[in-house]
Design a protein around this ligand. Structure first.
Ligand SMILES: *[C@@H]1O[C@H](CO)[C@@H](O)[C@H](O)[C@H]1NC(C)=O
Ligand SMILES: *[C@@H]1O[C@H](CO)[C@@H](O)[C@H](O)[C@H]1NC(C)=O
Length: 408
């Protein structure tokens, strides 16, 4: 947790000749906007840098002690001062003492270091209306991306799993059918890859089962778990498989050969207590075997540590809504190595990121009303990242997968 907090701060060091002062940079914050746990501090926009960057400093220095900056180049004669806007004192930019922006005076609020992604997505699968042609998808849900950037998609309403190679215009069907024979799929919701066995694990939701699918040798395929209202899937480094059951409100862990598995989250009936889930959808397991669960009807993401008896709310949990504190029917969930949680906020047509213990999240992409433009989403479902950190979102109601390039 400590590591997460450190990563969730952004700290810059401003050097002056005499002392080294650590100040916090405030990004995308209005002039005098809140930037510190000390309410006597606010954001001063700096001169000569990007407009929405400022320094977090004490709000009420004595005006008469502040001298205007050099008007020709916005510099300050004294090296322990920086040139900022301070319209309450003067219309001209003023030289502000860096010491008043020291973190010991203005301790930073948690502030995410967010990687940023381009706001316009490109369609890398589907996007040609709904249908069952090879260049189409029909209400796709979950996806998995391998190291070669091949995308595996649960093409829900086409009852198939399709594989889209990097940059290809068409998908290939690798699991198909509408029925309940061993090789027939019905409304699959999610697909993941088991590296150890070189097979796909598929939630065959319509047939209430989880299947291990050797797509290069389908005869070897087997039903892993039967009679389960599966939705989300995850696999940990030991090869244990995790499955959410959205009717029972629980997540189970399976080891090879087990019949029933063991409940590792929820299992206390549907509800909104910390030991309950209500329609869990997508799940994610991190390196420490902590489980993250999109708790769809509770509009929150829960984290269950290994062997925990109850979870903690790590995103949303403030009823359904569209403020930055809220989620609306969350689905796809992914947690990066810094512990930042990414969640497909389906009802709000946006992707959010959240730092554990933060009250509100940030919009990563979308959030521009429901629609089919490149900066819009329509009921996003699964999400994932490729090896380069580019973001992929299953834009379900647009029958496409969108890719957002990471800005470096
Ligand atoms: C203001 O900056 C300009 C350009 O760097 C310099 O020539 C001038 O001497 C400075 N004025 C003062 C009062 O320091
Ligand atoms: C999957 O891989 C593990 C580890 O190599 C092995 O023990 C297990 O038998 C394999 N399962 C199948 C179905 O091939």
């Amino acid at each position: 947790m400590t590591t997460i907090n450190i990563h969730c701060y952004i700290v810059f060091i401003i050097l002056s000749i005499t002392v080294q002062i650590k100040s916090e940079i405030c990004e995308k914050t209005v002039q005098y906007g809140e930037c510190s746990t000390n309410i006597a501090c606010g954001c001063f926009h700096m001169m000569g840098v990007n407009d929405d960057i400022g320094v977090c400093g004490f709000l009420w220095p004595t005006c008469s002690r502040l001298v205007p900056c050099n008007s020709s180049d916005n510099s300050c004669l004294e090296s322990d001062k920086i040139c900022v806007h301070h319209p309450q004192c003067d219309d001209r930019p003023l030289c502000y003492p860096v010491a008043m922006a020291d973190q010991r005076i203005c301790p930073p609020k948690e502030n995410m270091i967010n990687s940023k992604w381009e706001q316009n997505g490109m369609t890398v699968a589907g996007g040609n209306g709904y249908g069952n042609e090879l260049n189409q998808l029909f209400l796709p849900t979950g996806l998995f991306i391998n190291d070669e950037k091949t995308i595996y998609i649960a093409d829900y309403y086409n009852h198939r799993i399709v594989e889209w190679n990097f940059n290809s215009k068409n998908g290939q069907i690798i699991a198909d059918g509408n029925g309940n024979g061993n090789d027939q799929f019905k409304s699959p919701t999610n697909v993941i890859f088991d590296k150890q066995n070189n097979s796909l694990i598929i939630c065959d939701r319509g047939n209430r089962r989880v299947i291990r699918w050797f797509y290069q040798d389908q005869i070897k395929s087997q039903i892993l778990i039967s009679d389960i209202a599966c939705f989300g899937l995850a696999i940990d480094k030991n090869g244990f498989i995790y499955v959410s059951d959205f009717i029972k409100g629980e997540v189970r862990q399976w080891k090879e050969g087990e019949q029933y598995g063991r409940i590792v989250a929820g299992g206390n009936g549907n509800g909104n207590q910390l030991n309950q889930l209500y329609y869990p959808t997508y799940i994610f397991i991190d390196e420490d075997s902590s489980l993250y669960i999109s708790d769809f009807s509770n509009h929150r993401v829960m984290k269950w540590r290994k062997d925990a008896k109850e979870g903690i709310v790590v995103a949303g949990g403030n009823d359904k809504g569209s403020s930055l504190k809220q989620l609306s029917n969350p689905e796809g969930v992914f947690v990066d190595h810094l512990g930042i949680i990414y969640v497909a906020d389906r009802g709000n047509n946006r992707i959010m990121s959240w730092c554990e213990e933060k009250e509100e999240g940030e919009i990563v992409v979308g959030g521009n009303e429901q629609g089919a433009e490149s900066n819009q989403l329509s009921e996003p479902s699964g999400l994932s990242f490729d090896v380069e950190g580019n973001l992929y979102v299953v834009d379900s109601n647009n029958h496409r997968v969108q890719k957002y390039l990471i800005d470096i």
